[in-house]
Design a protein. Structure first.
Length: 322
């Protein structure tokens, strides 16, 4: 096209991807279905733990340190996903309703654990019984302080992320450095996330109120999240890598709980039950009235009878209960 003076008029600039629907990247039905399955599965996996707290009205045996670290790890993973997907989030202003939710589906799956761990934290505080452990009120105070610290972390990191996006823009070196810092926190948290609970289980020789069903669902679920984030949506390693570490720790914890609560503790209980069937002196005398009169002559104590499992035979050789 030429202008009135014969000079060429350049074509109008094409709209940038972040300001048009061209930024939308459609996902396959398989990826969408898998993402919905993962998000719904995460919600379902936390239900057994919520129910265990409410049913038993106790949080005994559940490590508050593990729940705190899990909260921090879940939040930093979610915030990392938001900051690394900021251009896709801004693209949603130009998309249709279903396109928006398809674009945000990976973030939905990352935000679901954040909500559920907050619920667990609240239930632990609500059902903490100071008489169930030696720490007493001190443990309750620690939990309340940790909740305050957690929300300060949420507020502080959110403000820092928003300021960096506004001041430097998405993809800036400053924002990348902040995201890397979040990754360090996330990966460090996942490396030790379940270690306090593993130690608590080892120390008490029981899983307590920790739901093994939740762990059995979440262990393979976290592995599937890693696949979903890394393969289906091609997210960065900083997003899906920590889930692999979490899977390994949860699998070990499941094995530990099975060992104590399904193998060792039932054997111990069976042994104690068998010992409880050994009669004491009163029950012995109640079953042998002919000998109770003899014992009453000696001051109410059985001093000259031995009790045999095969029968009751006086031998004059002392007493089983002496």
């Amino acid at each position: 096209m030429e202008g009135y003076n014969g000079t060429a008029i350049p074509p109008p600039p094409a709209p940038s991807p972040e300001h048009s629907s061209d930024c939308y990247e459609s996902a396959s039905w398989l990826a969408i279905g898998f993402g919905l399955f993962i998000t719904f599965g995460i919600c379902v996996s936390f239900v057994p733990q919520h129910y265990a707290f409410i049913r038993n009205k106790s949080s005994k045996g559940v490590s508050v340190s593990t729940i705190m670290i899990s909260n921090v790890a879940a939040w930093t993973v979610f915030l990392t996903g938001v900051l690394t997907s900021w251009e896709q989030i801004m693209c949603c202003t130009h998309l249709e309703f279903w396109q928006i939710h398809i674009t945000l589906l990976p973030l939905y799956s990352l935000f679901t654990p954040v909500i559920n761990y907050i619920i667990i934290f609240a239930l632990m505080i609500a059902y903490h019984n100071p008489h169930e452990d030696d720490s007493g009120p001190r443990q309750a105070l620690i939990m309340k302080c940790l909740v305050a610290v957690y929300f300060l972390i949420i507020i502080g990191t959110s403000i820092a992320g928003v300021v960096l996006l506004w001041a430097t823009g998405a993809g800036s070196p400053a924002l990348k450095s902040f995201v890397f810092g979040l990754f360090v926190v996330t990966f460090s948290s996942t490396l030790i996330q379940w270690l306090p609970q593993i130690w608590e289980t080892f120390k008490t020789k029981t899983g307590g109120e920790l739901s093994m069903l939740m762990l059995a669902i979440q262990a393979p679920g976290t592995a599937m999240i890693a696949i979903f984030q890394g393969v289906a949506y091609d997210q960065n390693f900083v997003v899906w890598g920590p889930y692999l570490v979490t899977t390994a720790q949860m699998s070990f914890l499941i094995a530990l709980i099975i060992y104590y609560d399904r193998i060792i503790n039932p054997k111990t209980k069976a042994t104690l039950d068998s010992l409880s069937h050994i009669p004491d002196e009163e029950s012995f005398l109640a079953r042998t009235p002919s000998q109770s009169s003899a014992s009453s002559k000696s001051g109410g104590h059985l001093d000259s009878v031995v009790y045999y499992r095969g029968g009751d035979h006086p031998t004059g050789e002392g007493s089983l209960f002496s």
